[in-house]
Design a protein around this ligand. Structure first.
Ligand code: UDP
Length: 369
């Protein structure tokens, strides 16, 4: 029997397994699904040959040179800049909000300084410290842009009024007063040449790691291990004893077309009366490949029911109270370390997950006698 049990073969589980294996620990990795990669899983679509982001678009971006160097040990990351477009009121705009968006939306030709002043005049300066998503939007872009680009999309994505959501969700998006339309501010940005699953496969390819897919482990199954790293849903680990944490799940409706469907990797649909939130066209995530046909995913968000895959932790006030109770239980459970988006119930990007996994593994190794 190995010493270390790792539940989940997404980035968190794979990085922890890799680091511990390299330090000489025997690791068993258990993945409930029939494939590795977690929600970053990629696979070639058998019809078109296009590399598909099975659980929705993933663009790797980070400011952290250590994380950037680390992931590039496992595959080449081809530079990729995510330039999202947004449909609102029957028109196409540049997203995140930048000088082009502002000038297009208001039919103006403002300079950066003029645009900054103009948005200030539209925004609600009486909101000093925005706490909610809506306050954050009204404070920084004003009502018109909020209603065009954020209110409908966010209501569809999260299933609640943006006035109830935390400001942190909107803080993920920059507002710019120049023509930079890069979706991220990160220094490093790219897509793995061979897909994310390949990266994770390489991480797990080590003599001290054995991987078991289609193997759903529960807490009692881990008793024989010296330590467990758990990256599944936190509430599930404790048998939902404190209640359920709410998540959003996604449905993807796939379509195959000839040629180029939308001319871009991601187009957001901001109007509330359009039921999907965005359309991803997968071949545009790998512009170095040539394909005559194309596969697109129309993305629908909904409440996560018992048998659905959890994607986004909702983190409303009720959730945070339940989370507090699970956090106490997790703290008492000294034989288990909780990691990743699901294991800690936080809205984490890949690079943060990897950084935290590296740190958790290092701490574990350091604390061994
Ligand atoms: N958002 C929005 N309109 C957009 C893009 C984003 O209202 O056109 C809001 C929405 O609430 C979303 C959040 O900003 O959940 C964060 O967006 P991001 O693109 O980071 O979401 P992800 O790619 O993680 O789903």
């Amino acid at each position: 029997m190995s010493e270390i049990c790792i539940i989940g073969a997404g980035f968190s589980g794979a990085v922890i397994a890799r680091e511990l294996a390299q330090a000489g620990f025997q690791c068993d990795v258990f993945e409930a699904r029939s494939y590795i990669g977690g929600n970053c899983h990629t696979a070639r679509d058998p019809n078109t040959g296009i590399m598909v982001h099975t659980h929705g678009p993933h663009i790797f971006h980070t400011d952290n040179a250590r994380v950037w160097d680390y992931v590039r040990e496992f595959d080449e990351f081809v530079p990729f800049t995510n330039r999202v477009k947004a449909l609102a009121g029957g028109r196409v705009y540049s997203m995140p909000i930048n000088l082009l968006t502002i000038n297009q939306f208001f039919g103006k030709v403002l300079s950066p300084a003029e645009a900054r002043k103009f948005l200030e005049s539209l925004s609600d300066q009486s909101i000093r410290e925005p706490r909610t998503f809506e306050e954050q939007a009204l404070r920084f872009v004003g009502r018109e842009l909020y209603e065009a680009f954020f209110r409908g999309y966010t209501a569809k994505q999260w299933g609640v009024d943006p006035a109830r959501l935390p400001a942190s969700i909107l803080k993920r998006l920059p507002v710019r007063f120049d023509y930079n339309d890069n979706y991220y501010n990160s220094r490093f940005q790219g897509i793995p040449l061979n897909g994310y699953t390949y990266v994770i496969e390489r991480m797990l390819d080590h003599k001290n790691i054995s991987v078991h897919v289609g193997a759903k482990l529960l807490r009692p199954d881990t008793q024989g291990y010296k330590h467990t790293f758990y990256t599944g849903p936190l509430d599930q680990w404790f048998g939902y004893s404190e209640g359920r944490l709410t998540y959003r799940t996604l449905d993807f409706a796939a379509e195959v077309h000839e040629g180029d469907f939308q001319g871009n990797a991601v187009i957001n649909y901001c109007d509330e009366n359009v039921p999907w939130t965005r359309i991803s066209e997968h071949k545009h995530f790998a512009p170095w490949e040539i394909h005559d046909r194309t596969i697109v995913f129309r993305e629908y968000s909904k409440a996560c029911e018992e048998d659905d895959v959890p994607y986004y932790p909702v983190r409303l006030q009720d959730d945070m109270r339940v989370l507090d109770r699970y956090a106490k239980l997790a703290h008492q459970d000294k034989r288990t370390t909780f990691a990743g988006r699901l294991g800690t119930y936080r809205y984490l990007d890949m690079h943060v997950t990897i950084e935290e996994a590296l740190n958790l593994a290092a701490t574990y190794i350091r604390n061994q006698p």
